[in-house]
Ligand binder design. Structure first.
Ligand SMILES: Cc1cc2nc3c(=O)[nH]c(=O)nc-3n(C[C@H](O)[C@H](O)[C@H](O)COP(=O)(O)OP(=O)(O)OC[C@H]3O[C@@H](n4cnc5c(N)ncnc54)[C@H](O)[C@@H]3O)c2cc1C
Length: 379
């Protein structure tokens, strides 16, 4: 089979890969995106917080993304059934939009920029010579030569493995997560409510659209078998102990399909090597309680697009720009990962959780300007 050449090869068509492809395509780069699945990923995050919305707005995508999304501006926190605090998001709040829909919108915009997507194929081999990625061999036998290679291929990144970049994955072992999509009820339509219990449980209920709601349940691993394999009625009895203002949703929980989600944090030793760089969950992962992974990934893609276009095919300049402008993102990511760790470690203890909660990071991430820092509101 013939070898294809392009300016940038992106492995992974998630939010990070698709958004970077769009930015590069708009600036005249020839981009090929390689995705192992048959289409863009079907499951993932639901919340786009203010920093991510601002990135999309800078690139003229705010209206497009907003059109079918749901706006919310408050999350109410409970502990052992008592409301303890509210986090209010100023300036229009945050956006709820299922991950697949969000990524699909960006993917669709890529078509106008001439970005090529190769679905249903993955990386078999990455040839590296002289510190640079020289060629990608795909599982369908095709080969690809690219000036720049981006690993936007998730937490188990094949690109990261090929570059021999060390990583540290830390599963949140004390908190198993389950998620279900259920019919929307009045209490969930009214407010996003996040419940914690001193027994190590959490429940988060929020609307997805005008008809459906999402329910996340977190629980100690030793309770999972009893609850999810032996009997959902036990789930409802346990939720009744600390979910006080959402009981109208209980009836919908029993017939629901509960999907198990593995959640880990991920830190890596470097974000690039030569002409290859990591983006999104290939580079960092934090606890979903921060709700910020997509926002940081969108900003990272913006930086990468700028670096790649400024380097204009000069490999030495690319390497230097990645060091100077992209590698420092590790500090912001580390702060976010530590924050997610702190939330996950403290939520059983009301005072400790409130002490760990940072409204600045929660609402604006590392993009907070001092005058924007909101307060946690007492109820
Ligand atoms: C449970 C959960 C909830 C979350 N909630 C939120 C939230 O509400 N708000 C928020 O901002 N962030 C949230 N996040 C984080 C957010 O999901 C990530 O930051 C974001 O999805 C990163 O996008 P990505 O493009 O790096 O990765 P992904 O979406 O994981 O995309 C990676 C893509 O690479 C493909 N791929 C993998 N290996 C290969 C290969 N070898 N060859 C070809 N293709 C490959 C995969 O099929 C996939 O399509 C959440 C994360 C989790 C786990």
């Amino acid at each position: 089979m013939a070898t294809t050449s392009c300016d940038v090869a992106i492995v992974g068509a998630g939010l990070g890969g698709c958004f970077l492809a769009l930015l590069l395509g708009r600036r005249g780069q020839r981009v090929v995106v390689i995705e192992q699945g048959p289409s863009v990923p079907s499951a993932g995050a639901d919340f786009l917080k203010p920093p991510g919305q601002r990135v999309l707005a800078r690139h003229g995508l705010a209206d497009l993304v907003e059109r079918h999304g749901l706006r919310r501006d408050t999350i109410r926190y409970y502990h052992d059934g008592d409301p303890i605090r509210e986090c209010r998001f100023p300036d229009g709040g945050f956006l709820i939009r299922p991950y697949r829909e969000l990524v699909e919108l960006i993917y669709t915009s890529c078509a106008m920029e001439g970005v090529e997507f190769w679905f249903g194929t993955s990386i078999d081999d990455i040839a590296i010579g002289d510190g640079q990625v020289e060629e990608l061999t795909l599982s369908d036998g095709r080969t690809l030569k690219a000036g720049v290679v981006i690993g936007a291929d998730g937490t188990k990144s094949a690109v990261r493995r090929a570059l021999d970049i060390e990583q540290q994955t830390m599963p949140y072992e004390r908190l198993l997560m389950r998620v279900a999509t259920v019919p929307l009820t009045a209490s969930v339509a009214q407010l996003n409510r996040l419940y914690f219990s001193s027994e190590g449980w959490l429940a988060y209920l929020y609307p997805l659209n005008r008809d459906q709601a999402r329910v996340f349940v977190g629980l100690p691993p030793e309770d999972d078998k009893e609850i999810f394999q032996d009997g959902i009625p036990v789930l409802i009895d346990t939720l009744k102990r600390f979910v006080t203002d959402s009981s109208d949703a209980f009836n919908a929980l029993q017939p629901a399909t509960w999907q198990r989600i593995k959640v880990s944090s991920l830190r890596v030793a470097a974000y690039h090597k030569g002409n290859a760089a990591l983006l999104g969950s290939a580079a960092f992962a934090c606890h979903p309680m921060t709700g910020m992974g997509m926002s940081y990934t969108l900003h990272d893609a913006e930086i990468l697009a700028d670096v790649i276009c400024t380097a204009g095919g000069d490999q030495d300049l690319l390497d230097r720009l990645l060091y100077a402008r992209y590698e420092p993102r590790r500090h912001a990511h580390r702060e976010l990962i530590d924050y997610g760790d702190a939330l996950a470690a403290t939520f059983r203890d009301r005072a400790a959780y409130l002490g760990a909660f940072r409204p600045d990071l929660h609402v604006y991430g590392d993009a907070a300007a001092p005058e924007e820092v909101p307060a946690l509101q007492p109820i």
